[in-house]
Design a protein around this ligand. Structure first.
Ligand SMILES: Cc1cc2nc3c(=O)[nH]c(=O)nc-3n(C[C@H](O)[C@H](O)[C@H](O)COP(=O)(O)OP(=O)(O)OC[C@H]3O[C@@H](n4cnc5c(N)ncnc54)[C@H](O)[C@@H]3O)c2cc1C
Length: 297
């Protein structure tokens, strides 16, 4: 069977796109590997109407609503490659299945490249975060540590002073220029040069000299990269943005390959559930328009 659209990635962005397309009675196949970016967090904040809810529950309620539409097919699995051209694409999955489709929508999200510090990865999404709008409020204006990853961390430290008393843990990640230091000091940011040995407890940073700095929570700014190589393998252009590598799209969610669209974290920054949902909804509409008016796509 030929589908109108294969959506690769069935999380917030992909499902928001699917909803628009299903409501236009298109035949939609979603292929999803089930590895949402926020799967490490037990609460999601900042998404209107869903504030504080378990992010897995937000995704499962959305999925349940999609399942009510008869033209949806859902495949649990990982897409490996996209071949062909507009109106005649074939998507293959790692288990050897293949699916035909007129359009492709990439909603594969990104993967975070976390600093290699003992104890950090296990606390990701629980007491180590990247987005203050998502997790800053709950720290109750307490002490916040910024685990530096590069020059962007100075910006993160400055912003986080809106949410608490900030210490920038340089950890050898970058050299602080004098003007940046003055700005940070002017915002009341403490600067720690001693490298980090490990993280323990809720957010206790053990420095290599044995001192322990205790925080209500830690923030870091990981680089991101597409969590799937499908876009690059299909020939879609990629670009480096402030948060990492993303797929190049235009204002209509089109990639550089005709008939392939992209949405969500993998195609825009900054990143959040609401922004992924909005971008996905727009992508669904744009894919539908390209089916109605193919000459314009
Ligand atoms: C720790 C943490 C906490 C966060 N907390 C919040 C919060 O409180 N509030 C908020 O608004 N945002 C939060 N975010 C950001 C939020 O998670 C992302 O903005 C959002 O998940 C992006 O949605 P998406 O659909 O673009 O991608 P994702 O949710 O990452 O979903 C991508 C989907 O595509 C699938 N996929 C990837 N490659 C393939 C493939 N080849 N084949 C098939 N499927 C594939 C993945 O398995 C996944 O299911 C948080 C992020 C992190 C890391």
């Amino acid at each position: 069977m030929q589908h109108d659209v294969v959506i690769i990635g069935g999380s917030y962005a992909g499902m928001a796109a699917a909803l628009q397309l299903l409501r236009a009675r298109k035949k939609v196949l979603v292929i999803d590997a089930g590895q949402r970016r926020n799967r490490f967090a037990s609460h999601s904040h900042g998404f209107l109407g869903q504030d504080g809810r378990d992010p897995a529950e937000i995704a499962s309620s959305a999925r349940a609503q999609l399942e009510a539409y008869p033209s949806l097919t859902w495949v649990q699995g990982r897409a490996e490659a996209v071949a062909g051209q507009v109106d005649d694409f074939t998507v293959t999955t790692t288990d050897g299945q293949s699916y035909a489709s007129r359009r492709i929508l990439l909603a594969t999200g990104v993967a975070d490249q976390l600093p290699a510090i003992t104890g950090l990865a296990e606390r990701w999404g629980q007491s180590v975060f990247h987005c203050p709008y998502c997790h800053g409020y709950e720290l109750d204006q307490g002490r916040i540590g910024i685990v530096a990853t590069g020059a962007v961390s100075a910006h993160q430290a400055e912003l986080l002073t809106e949410w608490g008393e900030v210490t920038l843990l340089l950890n050898g990640a970058f050299e602080l220029a004098d003007d940046v230091r003055h700005t940070l000091e002017g915002r009341g940011v403490a600067i720690e040069h001693t490298p980090i040995g490990r993280i323990e407890g809720v957010a206790d940073v053990v420095l290599v000299d044995g001192r322990v700095l205790s925080f209500a929570g830690l923030f870091t700014a990981p680089r991101c990269a597409p969590s799937s190589g499908v876009a690059a393998a299909a020939g879609c252009a990629l670009e480096d943005g402030p948060m990492g590598t993303q797929i190049v799209t235009d204002a209509e969610n089109k990639t550089s390959v005709r008939g392939i669209f992209a949405c969500g974290d993998v195609a825009r920054a900054p990143h959040s559930v609401s922004l992924a949902v909005g971008h996905g909804a727009m992508a669904g509409i744009q894919v539908h328009r390209s089916l109605v008016w193919p000459d314009a796509s």
